[in-house]
Design a protein around this ligand. Structure first.
Ligand code: 5AD
Ligand code: SF4
Length: 473
């Protein structure tokens, strides 16, 4: 018999009052499961998935698995999936279809599906019916158990579907094989309690729970000691950090300040919700040079009617007041955002409000999306009278304006000297290096690969729409 434990979206929606416990990871009794074997993980979606992939890699490498570069030579393949929009899911189903032929050539290949998609009932049913070559399906709440699952499937030669609908404890000290040598993700909290009406995340990632500050500070100190130059604090809504602590008032602003004092060269954080972006957070960002002047602040829409239907809990005016305050206190800040067009019942007037907000907010970049109904969310049952063509046309008009912002944001650094964290050779030219400035602008410049991982000064000769071109000083 295959092992079957399926998800339940109704259960996932419920929020219990139970305290979240913090537990330390107990190393598996299984050893050397991967001796002489290779693994590959394909990661879709946001940084939460990238962070989970680093944990999965850590767990596998602890079992002596070696990372491989191609499906042909891999023994274990994990697809870490994203459920945020339908096209993200379609990509994964397409990939799963293609994998059938790999399994025919190599019947011992173990295929696992992880991440947000398995948290959805329909997805699991579809995999069970149509993708029988998938061996393991597990979700976001049991990443730490992957070695057990893999062992079961390798020994028993059966399928295993194990998805929990409720988040469990916070597990600390999980092994991690980090993808970068000088940039690191640091989760500070998990889950989301906002329930924006279009969004599946509160169902796939569970209730909001913050990590104890001592574990975070210890992790960041270790990164600093290992030469890391940049950390990005991660959470679906980082400003809510600590609101779930019952016996302490320790907040996101407190955490930011404690981390800034550790002298790590660059601290970033994402994602922020406008409703919780308090004055004390603005003050701390303004006060410390190593908290970089870059904030991603998703607005989603500029229409108060749409914002209300989205359950965003702020108005266009609230948002603009916040933005003004940020520019006032941190004049060199670069702001970016997320916007959804074509939300059910969005009118041309609503859309014009969004364009107006984009102009007034002086964004230097934005991720823009056409609304995608997600089964189980409230908005999926709203009547949607916007045609695909209309939504696409709005997206196009919005992007034209957003691209002006990218250009303007880059232009202000022309003929200036900026600090660049050098990441590696540029994507197109091997003799050109690339990296990011403190304002998160991509810079290309000629230089020697020995400076990869260093922060260097670069004089900007030319600003283009998507990047800056400069000369090392
Ligand atoms: N359709 C389109 N975009 C969405 N996002 C979240 N849910 C949806 C959806 N159902 C966008 C939001 C969010 C970003 C991560 O993805 O803009 O900020
Ligand atoms: Fe989704 Fe809203 Fe939570 Fe962001 S804040 S993850 S958009 S529910």
């Amino acid at each position: 018999m295959d092992k079957l434990h399926k998800p339940d979206l109704k259960q996932a929606r419920k929020r219990s009052k139970d305290d979240i416990q913090t537990k330390e990871y107990q190393h598996s009794e299984i050893i050397n499961l991967g001796k002489g074997k290779k693994y590959l993980i394909q990661t879709h979606g946001c940084q939460a998935n990238e962070a989970d992939t680093e944990v999965l890699s850590g767990l596998l490498e602890e079992q002596a698995f070696i990372k491989s570069n191609s499906i042909e030579e891999t023994d274990v393949l994990i697809i870490n999936t994203c459920a945020i929009r339908e096209n993200a899911e379609n990509k994964v189903f397409g990939e799963l279809g293609r994998l059938k032929s790999y399994k025919k050539v190599n019947p011992d290949l173990i295929i696992a599906v992880a991440g947000c998609m398995p948290q959805e009932e329909d997805v699991v049913e579809r995999i069970l019916k149509k993708y029988q070559h998938v061996d393991i399906v597990f979700g976001t709440h049991n990443v730490n158990k992957f070695i057990e699952y893999l062992h079961y499937v390798m020994v028993e030669k059966k399928r295993l579907i194990e998805v929990y609908s409720k988040e469990g404890d916070i597990i600390e000290n999980l092994p991690q094989a980090r993808d970068h040598r000088f940039k690191a993700w640091v989760n500070i909290m998990f889950g989301c309690d906002e329930f924006c009406t279009y969004c599946i995340v509160p169902y796939t990632r569970g209730k909001e729970r913050s990590r104890q500050k001592d574990y975070i500070i210890r992790e960041v100190k270790a990164l600093l000691n290992n030469g890391y130059k940049e950390i990005t604090l991660l959470g679906q809504n980082v400003n809510s950090y600590g609101l779930d602590f019952k016996d302490s008032n320790y907040s996101f602003a407190n955490l930011l300040e404690d981390l800034a004092k550790l002298d790590i060269p660059r601290i970033k954080f994402t994602t922020s919700h406008p409703k919780d972006f308090s004055d004390d957070i603005i003050e701390i960002v303004a006060k410390y040079d190593n908290i970089i002047p870059f904030i991603h602040l998703p607005v989603q829409s500029g229409s108060n009617t749409v914002l209300k239907k989205m359950n965003r809990k702020y108005t266009k005016e609230d948002y603009l007041t916040l933005v003004d305050k940020i520019y006032d206190k941190i004049p060199n800040i670069s702001l970016t955002t997320d916007i959804i067009v074509g939300f059910p019942t969005e009118t041309e007037e609503d859309f014009l409000e969004t364009l107006d907000l984009v102009r007034k907010s002086k964004f230097e970049g934005a991720y823009t999306f056409v609304y995608s109904p997600r089964k189980g969310t409230p908005a999926a049952s709203y009547e949607n009278n916007i045609s695909k063509e209309e939504a696409k046309s709005r997206l196009h008009r919005l992007n034209e304006l957003v691209n002006e912002g990218y250009r303007r944001g880059n232009k202000r650094f022309e003929h200036e000297t900026v600090k660049v964290l050098v990441e590696g050779p540029s994507k197109t030219k091997s003799d050109v290096l690339s990296g990011y400035t403190e304002n998160n602008k991509l810079v290309n410049f000629k230089g020697d690969s020995s400076i990869i991982g260093e922060i260097v000064e670069v004089y900007i000769e030319e600003a283009k729409t998507w990047s800056l071109y400069g000369m090392i000083k």
